[in-house]
Ligand binder design. Sequence first.
Ligand SMILES: [Zn+2]
Ligand SMILES: [Zn+2]
Length: 302
Amino acid sequence: MAASGTLRAMPLALPLDAHLHTDLSPDAAVPLDAYAALARDREIAEIAVTDHIDFVAGEPAYRFADYERRLRMVRNAAERWAGEPAIRLGLEVTYEHAVEGVIAEYLREHAYDYVIGSVHMSSRGPFRNADTAAAWCAGKTPREATAFYFDEVEHAIRSGLFDTIGHLDFVKRYVQPHLGPFEHEPHADTYDRLLRALIDSGTALEVNASGLRQEPGEPYPGPVVVERFRELGGERIVAGSDAHRIEQFAFGLPDVYRAIGEAGFRELTFRRGGTGTHGRTADRVAIELSRELVAELVGGET
Ligand SMILES: [Zn+2]
Ligand SMILES: [Zn+2]
């Protein structure tokens, strides 16, 4: 099995990267055209721009870029690149239960092709810096240290506002330096609760490659969780690199597709706009994983 690093210079021939940050995110500085050029080179057929938006004053992506600007940037680029790659207007919403009403109202009033809901580490939370993280983790089990995060994720899922949930277990990055490698077993029932909530609400599971370039060294979530999702009856799944820099574009994406293929999924679930927030389920599209791709990912067992 080739590591993602060795695949970086080769065409990837993957259908979708559904999670990218451009210079309209406060923590990224990549012009959209740079991603589009690489996507064309590497044969990634479709990309979604999913810049950050925060709904709590004082957080970095609070009123960082307005809707008109996001829309103009993406639609102009989509026209210039003429479908190679296809470019979609997405958004990554920082979900906080306390502002769910405000988020819902915003999404009712602004049409995006595709919306990710993610729980991030806020500047008011326990993981705001190394000292507060160490203090928070001291004397706690991994379950105790992460319960607040997974509870918020469950609220995000059950809100029904999002096409997918970004980096489901991103919290493992933050506890690992204090509590050691994040094991699946002590959290198995937590994962089951979240995976069942995804299935019940029709929300897709995102397999996010950024964990491969960060301390956990596996996607958010890892292959065991992707497999479990399938076992529980999960059908909707999507893949994203979550690049914030140009060199992160598609990094780890083949590994993410492999986890998806090996778990038995043969299509991704995506949305390309449609009737708006409340039509989300109806507007879902399936993106088939070709037989060739599946054969390459799982070694010929289709
Ligand atoms: Zn995120
Ligand atoms: Zn992101």
